[in-house]
Design a protein around this ligand. Structure first.
Ligand SMILES: C[S@@+](CC[C@H](N)C(=O)[O-])C[C@H]1O[C@@H](n2cnc3c(N)ncnc32)[C@H](O)[C@@H]1O
Length: 172
């Protein structure tokens, strides 16, 4: 199935959403945190946000919306609305994207913070068909730099195989 969606109820994906919420808890902004969940899938993050101990709003975007409330959106071409969100969250999406730096730059053109995950399967495991091409941690650091972002916080889950980075636009 497209984009590994047959696995979307996997505990690993739930753990990833929970780890994202922990990072969102620490975002140093006052007031309601307005979250754009890009590539939101079945809305797992929205459910995990129930544990977020601060006011928040959630809006879902996906190439293949699974709910009428989710807006159709292609991270490879589309821009989020200007000033509508504080943070764009992108969990388990960049692995499918040919040009992840351009996608991150497009998100951060309209939203000051971007929180994304990236999966680094153990090198002795067969390459899943959805990781194309396989990228390493250095590639992702380069990607953050090419998108003109800087990482302000990070976390990991699934025994370190999935890393989450909270990034902001680099000062000019
Ligand atoms: C592995 S699922 C992750 C879903 C969700 N973020 C989660 O953590 O449960 C990848 C999601 O990215 C979406 N996706 C793939 N390519 C996309 C694109 N170009 N633009 C927007 N969404 C995309 C897929 O439709 C799918 O819902």
């Amino acid at each position: 199935m497209a984009f590994n969606l047959e696995h979307q109820q996997s505990p690993v994906w739930v753990e990833r959403a929970t780890t994202a919420v922990e990072l969102l808890q620490a975002v140093p902004l006052e007031g309601t945190l307005r979250i754009a969940d890009v590539g939101c899938g079945d809305g797992k993050l929205k459910i995990a946000l129930g544990a977020l101990d601060r006011p928040w709003t959630w809006a879902g975007f996906d190439l293949l919306p699974q709910d009428v409330l989710v807006q159709q959106f292609d991270i490879t071409t589309d821009y989020l609305p200007d000033q509508a969100f504080d943070v764009a969250v992108c969990l388990g999406v960049l692995e499918y994207i040919e040009a992840p730096a351009a996608a991150l730059e497009r998100l951060s053109a309209r939203v000051p913070l971007v929180l994304f995950s990236y999966s680094f399967p153990h090198s002795d495991e067969p390459v899943p068909e959805w990781v194309e091409p396989r990228r390493g941690r250095d590639d992702i650091i380069r990607c953050i730099r090419d998108a003109r972002l800087e990482r302000c916080a990070m976390s990991a889950c699934t025994e370190g195989q999935i890393e989450l980075s909270l990034c902001r636009r680099k000062a000019e």
